[in-house]
Design a protein around this ligand. Sequence first.
Ligand code: ADP
Ligand code: MG
Length: 209
Amino acid sequence: MAVISVLNPKGGSGKTTLTTNLAQALHLRGNKVLIVDSDPQGSARDWHAASEANPLPLVSLDRANNIKTLSSMTESYDHIVLDGAAKLEDIIAAAIKASDFILIPVQPSPYDIWAASDLVDFIKARQEVTDGSPQAAFVITRHIEGTRLGDDVRKALDEYELPVFRTAITQRQIYPQTASEGRTVLDGDNAKARDEINALADELIAMMP
Ligand code: ADP
Ligand code: MG
């Protein structure tokens, strides 16, 4: 059982999109998956409520104290995927402590990557006292198809000395389209989007302890 958190205090970095799609990918592989919405804004909760047929359970734990109770749920699930909050340091700190693996979605712009600096410091401070747990890696999100990732982006990411997923999430209309119906791209008709989410899930499974 693993707690996988999708964290980045910056709004719009693609946390909720990544959380819901990844959770569904893990579910479709036969895992028992719980989504945790730790963002008081409740986007994942709204997404969940938009479909009556949503196969995944979701709980809202949007206080640091509640997130501490996650460890009591881990027995019942193969994976818990936590959607991170924005700018709420005690919630993010509690999520880091509760996590086995952290995905950090970032848009491919140096400004967005630099803005992740405090989060990376937080995660590394935790790793130092625990011998490396939680593992953490960047995921490039909202990449514009047909463009190359610039050297500025790679350089900015290299400085953090954390792994970067080979698979990037591309900016595609199918993401908000399926989200508005409480679904994911895995239920949609865009094969490229399905492939990238499945490739990301493969990479994650290979990297997890
Ligand atoms: P966060 O949870 O970090 O605030 P969201 O996942 O809510 O980020 O994404 C912010 C906005 O960008 C939403 O409107 C979402 O639908 C859109 N979005 C996120 N990822 C993509 C993508 N890969 N392609 C197109 N739109 C996206
Ligand atoms: Mg969100």
